[in-house]
Design a protein around this ligand. Sequence first.
Ligand code: ATP
Ligand code: MG
Length: 242
Amino acid sequence: MLLSIHNITKRYRTYNTLFSRDTGLEFMAVNDVSLDVKEGVTLGIVGQSGSGKTTLAHIMVGIIKPDSGVMRYNGEQYSLNKNIQMVFQHPDTSLNPRLTVYSMLKDLHINRTEATHLMDIIGLDSSYLSRYPSQMSGGEKQRVSIARALALHPKLIIADEPVSSLDVSVQAQILNLIKRLKTELNVTFVLISHELAVVSWLCDEVAVMHKGCIVEQGKVEYVLNNPQDSYTRELLATSALT
Ligand SMILES: Nc1ncnc2c1ncn2[C@@H]1O[C@H](COP(=O)(O)OP(=O)(O)OP(=O)(O)O)[C@@H](O)[C@H]1O
Ligand SMILES: [Mg+2]
């Protein structure tokens, strides 16, 4: 198994927002989640806003430490692993506004030849290497985020809502790019999305998250055609897929 996580839990304390007071209460942002990611099998994680998808993604790449649970990459326990990279939900906040694309890649020890090659892979002219994030469109910034994730030659990329902040016309281009990278570079993707149409187009398997728990998982065609859980049925009923 490329990646497997077992019984991952993350609690957050709740605060009274009006008085910034710690209420002493905790809630489970991720509640006893176990998942397997097989090499070459694209896994979609769906669920409504606040269901814990980003928290789970950040745990899997090692940005957040879980309260409990075990994560394994190729059978070996890890907390951080350069083979697992992430494309963040908001390119605007994940790209450093003070760095050009090239300086960002240079920080990852990528030389100019490799950087030019990366630009070629993600479909941007090498002149973009000297641009700052503010000089690029949303779609271009998301391409650069993908280039940054690819820079260290990962085996697995976790893409958190990679197209939700983009125009519909640009969404298709980025999704096509991801589809191409899967086969050309032999990278396995975990794709987080609240859009079932996106998941059904790009993913082989899907896990449905609700209130921090995985309520259902399996092959995409199966789960979307025969949802067993009432929450999955609700999601399907409210999505554009039906
Ligand atoms: N650092 C934090 N401290 C406290 N609560 C947090 C923190 N980060 C996330 N949460 C809460 O945990 C829950 C899950 O958040 P998360 O961002 O993982 O959801 P999500 O499924 O990615 O939502 P979205 O679809 O809107 O991106 C939410 O209720 C959120 O408010
Ligand atoms: Mg999120």
